[in-house]
Design a protein around this ligand. Structure first.
Ligand code: KIV
Ligand code: ZN
Length: 387
């Protein structure tokens, strides 16, 4: 069976850039946008054009630069936002306007002091107006995660009728459980008349650490677009991490879902975004963290040296990491020490290794990590005659 395509909608330059202290200038945004295009994302959300002249200009320049991906601009359900976004996207080969409004009780009451009928009217008016500029209009039902499914379905049906091509179902506050979010997507698939005319999209935040799990639940229930960011950056605890969802689909082929992403560019792209934004990636971050392919306990190291697959479910080369790392610490065993010593030119027999290992433990107890330069020092101290 042919694998179905899941569109990757990258919002590193919009939701990702909302991280305090991570504002990028247009030049850096252009470098990242070009990389995202090469990486193979389907849609680049380039910014929120009405929010500032700088953002407007970035969307204009990204629209001129990007060759393959759709370029998208965010708006509220406000005429002027939509007009300004359309203007910023004039040069895009494939422009998309992303408009929407809050649909949860809390947003309707506290943000808009409005009611359900008026919200549907504004949603339809926004989509209709956006359609007067571009064919591709995505609608977001902000706080859909906490919106009751029946009302959400009514909103979706109305905006699809008005011409929305994509329905974004954001778990804006990162509240949903995977089963709940998956059931929401399923409910919309089964209860919105005309749903076949639109693509359902997952946009999940990570407040409870569930953004990736929720997005995967969404695609397993019929969504065909995931909104995500490199390194999972974004508002508060961040967005769904692009590298995680891409590799989950790759590593689980029975899902029969895949993306256009060139996974070998994931790690270099992660580095580029982290360096440009001055935002470090946590070492234990899945797929791209510094420790994602590092093994430090003796039991694991012994297994990996015998066969990488004993403790690795992904080949590091597949995500652009040069090799797995065998880290030498006081928890390491003889196999790891012999392996690392061999890498720097010392082939140790069993007796030699026993002696060197005792010296190694002495140093390892006083140092967090033993590096290549320490190895000849340890070998010399063990008096085996090699140094
Ligand atoms: O999280 C959210 O709801 C959003 C929308 C503006 C799409 O970022
Ligand atoms: Zn968001």
């Amino acid at each position: 069976m042919a694998q179905e395509h899941v569109q990757i909608f990258d919002t590193t330059l919009r939701d990702g850039e909302q991280v305090p202290g991570c504002k990028l200038d247009t030049k850096s945004k252009l470098i990242i946008a070009e990389r995202l295009d090469i990486l193979g994302v389907d849609i680049i959300e380039a910014g929120f054009p009405v929010s500032s002249p700088g953002d407007f200009n970035s969307v204009v320049e990204i629209s001129k630069l990007v060759k393959n991906a759709t370029v998208c601009g965010l708006t509220r359900a406000v005429e002027n936002d939509i007009k300004v976004a359309a203007e910023a996207l004039t040069h895009a080969k494939r422009p998309r306007i992303h408009t929407g409004i809050g649909t949860s009780e809390s947003h309707i009451k506290f943000k808009f002091n409005s009611n359900k009928e008026a919200i549907i009217e504004r949603a339809v008016a926004a989509v209709t107006y956006a359609k007067s500029f571009v064919e591709d209009v995505e609608f977001y039902a902000e706080d859909a995660g906490r919106t009751d499914n029946e009302f959400l379905a009514r909103v979706c049906e109305a905006v699809v009728k008005a011409g929305a091509t994509v329905l974004n179902i954001p778990d804006t506050t990162g509240y949903c459980l995977p089963e709940e979010y998956g059931a929401k997507i399923k409910y919309l698939k089964e209860n919105v008349t005309g749903i076949h005319k639109a693509v359902l999209s997952c946009h999940c935040h990570n407040d409870l650490g569930l953004a990736t799990a929720n997005s995967i639940a969404g695609i397993m229930n019929g969504a065909r677009q995931i909104e995500c960011t490199i390194n999972g950056i974004g508002e508060r605890a961040g967005n769904t991490s692009l590298e995680e969802v891409v590799m989950i689909m790759r590593q689980h082929p029975y899902l029969d879902l895949d993306t256009n992403i060139n996974s070998k560019l994931l790690y270099p792209t992660s580095l580029l975004v982290s360096e440009s934004m001055g935002m470090m990636v946590q070492p234990n971050k899945a797929v791209v963290g510094a420790n994602a392919f590092a093994h430090s306990s003796g039991i694991h190291q012994d297994g990996v040296i015998k066969n990488r697959e004993t403790y690795e479910i992904m080949d590091p080369h597949d995500v652009g990491v040069t090799e797995s790392a065998i880290v030498l610490t006081a928890r390491s065993g003889r196999a790891a020490l012999a392996y690392r010593a061999k890498n720097v030119g010392y082939e140790l027999d069993k007796l030699q290794l026993d002696k060197v290992y005792q010296e190694f433990l002495k140093l390892a107890d006083s140092k967090k990590e033993i590096n290549d330069e320490d190895i000849p020092v340890i070998i010399k101290a063990s008096n085996i005659g090699l140094v």
